[in-house]
Design a protein around this ligand. Sequence first.
Ligand code: SAM
Length: 669
Amino acid sequence: MSRDHLPWGPVVPAEVVWNDQGEPLSTVYNDCYFSQNDGAGESQHVFLGGNGLPQRWQTHSFANFCIAETGFGTGLNFLLTWQAWRDSPSQPDIHYIAFEKHPLSKQDLERALSLWPALRPLASELLDAYPGLLPGEHRLLFEGGRLTLDLWWTDADEALADIASHGERWVDAWYLDGFAPARNQSMWQTTLYQYAAALSRKGATLATFTVAGTVRRGLSEAGFEVAKQPGFGRKRECLRAVLGDIHSSAPDVTGPHWDLRNAQPACPESAIVLGGGLAGCAIAAALARRGVLVTLVERGKLAAGGSGIDRGVLYTRLSKEHSSLADFASQSFRFASRYYRGLFSEGLLNQRVDGELCGCFQQIDHTENTDALAAVLTGLDDFVQLLPADDASRRIGIEQDHAGYWFPESGWLNPEAVCAAVTSHRNIVVLEHCGEVVLQRDGPHWDAHAGGVSLATGQCAIVAAGYAGKTLQQLDWLPAQRIRGQITRLPASPDCAGLKAVLCHEGYMTPARDQHHIIGATYDIGDTEPACRARDHRHNLNRLAKAVPQWHNKLASVDERELDGYVGFRYASPDYLPMVGPVPDLPQFLEQFSSLRKNAKSMPLRKGPYQPGLYLTTAHGSRGLVSTPLASEMLASQICNEPLPVNRALARALSPARFIIRNLSRNRI
Ligand code: SAM
């Protein structure tokens, strides 16, 4: 499912009217979101009861229990499930995936959920995390990560086709809740039942409020054993189904398969993470949360190299069109800002010391048509707002001449504090100052050793060593560029003291802490100078003076030779997306996909050969603070064989093997 080249903007929201009881009705489908006669009672009866929940959790044998819902609507079913899980004596981790073509606006969601006082605490957590109308897939974590909610803002059939195309069986229970079939045929498609069957684990169940003949027939033909059940209240019947024999396979999905592995290994018990920058620490944390015992080995100390800057900015970019780069930028930004908010509220990060989610103002090109931009961003207020100059000046505390984008969830963070916070998990052992570490496959395990001494073994290994990863024999083919970046520590002064949010222009500036601002950063491909240079400080000062003309004279008078700063080397891929996923087996890839050299359009429909248990997360460029939390969530999901937090096209766009396929198609290798 790729949205490439479609105009970027909010998803089309639900059109809702409210009846005399204050309940929401859809004007598009002319139907109600839940029964007007004890909606919560009916949902509980039909969907939880119909799937044997919460009782089934007592005997569930997998580490997590996966529920998929077609039609998230007001989230009532989700909240009732969450409540039942909280009250249940036995609690497998829950993975709840919901699809929604027309999400409610946050205001409508709040109003709808206010109908259920008993659910208020959970509803307020949901509202706090709700992505509003931001397009794409959104992973929300609750209960310390034990409850995962994936919201796919897209047509259910399309989303299921995407998820089923992985060829894995992930789902234990289905809630089919997409308005009455007679009023909404788009939801009740034959293919949807086939995808559901193909995605179901053994013993999976399904429940729906409708007993329409077409639905029953469609489900039976897809392999479900369907039975009518007594309905709730005055309704006579509802439907329950159980997957019969497992032999169904998903309808064919077109597109390449090289990003899929031939055999999906079971979730490992142990892992080695090589590299203790933001990428390594975030993947260690994502695996540790899943119960994997992680040894993180680092050549020097945590958060050095590209992650060694004192304050990094949570920066995202807006695009006029969808692309993998644009989608990953917005989705990873949204995930990251919530991730850091969680670390602050758990007390793992300290406000103003380790970072601040104080918002970020991004200046825009003065020639842009701001009315047109504002129209595109309508409904995305939590993510971004277009601020006129006077509002911007008030918001950030310094005078601005022009309108720009305000990202309220952005801010700055100290990467070292982030690395320490996320690796403080009891399942992570951190080994610093290991020197040059080499990875070797030893039977079913990976072994990390340095200077002939074994440091750690693990059932899998994840390389997160930035550019240094290229020195490993398994990864010497990786395309890469090192980009030098120098930041400047500008001493705090009364002129700049008003700045209370991050300012982004061609560069950026953080509010003053510890008597200085961070301004930056230079961007020099191929420059290898490790020491700070006065002329680069001048470059940073000049760009800031251009962005804030009233500081021009003051900045011009600063002696750049007296300034202090930091040089880091970003590692970026040729397409500026990170490389995250299983590590391909290069010789086998070249052999199995060699036909691409002759004809780039003749993609062999076979899965890719990958090195067993070896993974990569690298090339996060200057965006590691933003990209590594979601990238790690995706990689941990791949390692542990769970549904991914992003669609398959996006996962494929991040896959390290993309460069082999691209180079073969261009006859370059
Ligand atoms: N389960 C919801 C709850 O707990 O509040 C109520 C769902 S409501 C009855 C049906 C939902 O299905 C609506 O929110 C509607 O926008 C959504 N929907 C309808 N057609 C859809 C489609 N083809 N794909 C995804 N969602 C769809």
